[in-house]
Design a protein around this ligand. Sequence first.
Ligand SMILES: [Zn+2]
Length: 67
Amino acid sequence: MSLSDIFTGLLPGTDAEPESPDAPRGANVDGPTTVVYECRNCGTTVDPKTSRCPHCDHDEIVEYPID
Ligand SMILES: [Zn+2]
């Protein structure tokens, strides 16, 4: 017999707590700002990690944050 067994017996129901309704798990309430990356030359939307336009080979990529 261990101490934890005694405490569990003294406090019934502690392992059956109802989930809190105002604490949703996995919900991204205020997520990060979406940023769109576009080629400055031709306006093609490119990947965030792209530093060169795959369409016209221009190397100036501009960022447009979207709220
Ligand atoms: Zn381009």
